[in-house]
Design a binder for this molecule. Structure first.
Ligand code: PBG
Length: 332
């Protein structure tokens, strides 16, 4: 508390007057954070009998199908909105066959969760091939080792149909191929999934903050990187173009990723569009806070809630975060 500021103008002290108690701050808060704003990304791995901790993401695991069921029940119980599912198959091949195999790890998990929970949570299926291909790229590659856009679109459409058939409520393409939303929409419609929405990872940057995820999803590229098909960090206009393009192709909602280092992009996208905007607080954002908190350098709960509030303040309607369930408990 300071004193002596304000002079003779009664308006000078207004900020301080309105911040004087927790109740006063709650009354005047312009951004609210509640469990319903949060979505939990989860990993389910084939062929393991116990959950496998991810060393670079303390508290996050690769689930067995059984441990995933428990985590999903918990997520429903604390009132978050949904799950984003990633699968790690036992067998990988050049075209990522397990992504659309009906008994593939993620499709089996979707079926089980849908049976367990019905419509209680929004079950979102990440649609990409990098966890399923032996080379770790997000699509099929040419003999020269370049990701081949158009054949990849056919694969994406097949995977979307398989995921919708398995019970996914939302299909979330994250591969960043040109034309992927239109191809997936056409595929879904052709299989009578006209009511299944697409959440497009529309503004997805080639980010250093995905490092821990590549341990979690075991989808690191075996050669090259993703900088030709993900966006370049210095650019803004490109994000707005990608978002406009995805909406024109039929995206029902769009995502910005990563979230924290790209709050300006979240704000501009939220201003520009009239569909729901989600932001993905990615693995590296999680790992940074966890590492600092483990060293006693920051107050963990306070920092976590601050990051989530900031993403909401920038304009995101929902936040994908590995802290979803824990944060939801704090917020109740
Ligand atoms: C690609 C995908 C990635 C993430 C989500 N989907 C990794 C990548 O693009 O290399 C990253 C999420 C995170 O870091 O938490 N399927």
């Amino acid at each position: 508390m300071t004193s002596g500021q304000g002079g003779t103008n009664p308006g000078f002290a207004r900020g301080r007057r309105l911040r004087s108690t927790p109740a006063m701050r709650r009354w005047t808060a312009q951004t609210r954070l509640s469990p319903a704003d949060l979505v939990l990304p989860v990993f389910v791995k084939e062929g393991i009998s116990e959950p496998v901790p991810i060393s670079s993401m303390p508290g996050v695991v690769q689930h067995t199908p059984e441990s995933l069921r428990k985590a999903a029940a918990e997520a429903a119980e604390v009132g978050i909105s949904g799950l984003m599912l990633f699968g790690i198959p036992a067998d990988k091949d050049p075209v990522g066959s397990q992504a659309d195999a009906a008994d593939g790890v993620v499709n089996a998990a979707l079926q089980q969760l849908r049976a367990d929970l019905g419509d209680e949570l929004v079950l979102m299926a990440d649609l990409c091939l990098c966890e399923y291909t032996d080379h770790g790229h997000c699509g099929v590659v040419t003999p020269a080792g370049v990701v081949d856009n158009d054949p990849t679109l056919d694969r994406y459409a097949a995977v979307a149909i398989a995921q919708a058939q398995a019970g996914a409520h939302v299909i979330a393409p994250s591969g960043m191929m040109d034309g992927q939303v239109a191809a997936i929409r056409a595929g879904l419609d052709s299989a009578a999934f006209t009511e299944t929405p697409i959440l497009a990872y529309a503004a997805k940057y080639a980010s250093g903050f995905y490092g821990p995820f590549r341990e979690a999803a075991e989808g690191a590229p075996q050669f090259g990187d993703r900088s030709t098909y993900q966006m370049d960090p210095p650019n803004t206009d490109e994000a707005l173009r990608e978002v406009a393009q995805d909406i024109a192709e039929g995206a029902d909602a769009v995502m910005v990723k990563p979230a924290g280092p790209y709050l300006d992009i979240v704000a501009r996208v939220a201003d520009a569009v009239d569909v729901p905007v989600a932001a993905y607080q990615v693995s590296g954002e999680y790992a940074m806070v966890e590492a600092a908190a483990a060293n006693g350098w920051i107050d963990r709960e306070r920092a976590v809630l601050e990051t989530l509030t900031a993403i909401r303040r920038a304009g995101a309607g929902s936040v994908l975060t590995y802290w979803a369930v824990e944060a939801a408990r704090w917020l109740r």
